[in-house]
Write a protein that binds this ligand. Sequence first.
Ligand code: ADP
Ligand code: F6P
Length: 319
Amino acid sequence: MKTIGVLTSGGDAPGMNAAIRAVTRTAIRKGMRVIGIRRGYNGLIKGDMFEMNDRSVSDIIQKGGTILYTARCPEFRYEEGLQKAKQACIDAGIEGIVAIGGDGSFRGAADLSERGIPCVGVPGTIDNDIDCTEYTIGYDTAMNTAMEMVDKLRDTAQSHERCSVVEVMGRNAGYLALNTGIACGASFIITSEMEYSMDSLVAKINSSRKLGKEHFIVVVAEGIGNSECIAEQIEKATGIETRATILGHVQRGGRPTVRDRVVASEMGNYAVDLLEKDIGNRVVGMQDNKIVDFDIQEALKMKKKFTEELYDIANEISF
Ligand code: ADP
Ligand code: F6P
């Protein structure tokens, strides 16, 4: 391949810029041209793209967000949109694409690969909800941001002897909630992967109260929702003044952590290695801490095991 494109799609994640940088510089070192495509598949369909050089990706490794912007593109789910995208690639001389995003973006990448433009997916989402990979770019930064926020909430919960119910992102997945919860010493973590009852939550709070605990943190995964309602129920059942906080999009921003910068650099570099060999329809992932790749359709069928052991540990040590 002589020319490749790179785009970010779906929800942004800290570390996407580091991945764009790695893709660009790896490709340039291999003698390829790199086209930056703006706003995900939208930019591809509209031909909103520009040639990148080493300097286009200077001073971005430390920045959150994505310099290529990101978007959701409903048109890309239909044949007409895919054909427009294919034609735009042909017009721009793009022979392969690195698509940085989540599952939805990978489905789009598979569809475009099927139509003759080889694509490689790189997992970028704060949710860590992509089954073929142990790790997704942005996850570590988001966990650290959520942890900092919950630490702050703990300060005020401690002063007022309150219970703080905190809802963290993750779409339907509880990885962010579980890790934030254990890192912040939450009394209880609620995720859709693990069964729970309000009775067991209240019993846990009451038993640690008997052991002298004066304030409480309950972390709720976004997939469960209802944090206001959970807070009201806790207050009613325990008599402890309770407040709910939804952390929201703050978790998607900020300077990427070391882990996100390093993994993004490795994955971006690996993706270009595949395209250089004319290998498309693949997604890059991490297994046993090593960077690997899978067929996109196979990857989309995989199922990742939730870290139940960690959940049990969190429960055991949070009295
Ligand atoms: P993420 O990549 O984070 O999972 P989305 O699910 O919003 O985010 O998907 C991002 C974009 O990928 C969509 O806006 C659309 O352009 C494309 N996409 C999603 N699903 C499909 C699909 N089934 N076929 C083709 N393209 C898709
Ligand atoms: O996938 C990342 C994520 O932040 C999820 O945690 C959340 O459910 C969703 O995106 C929010 O999407 P939007 O940016 O469209 O509000």
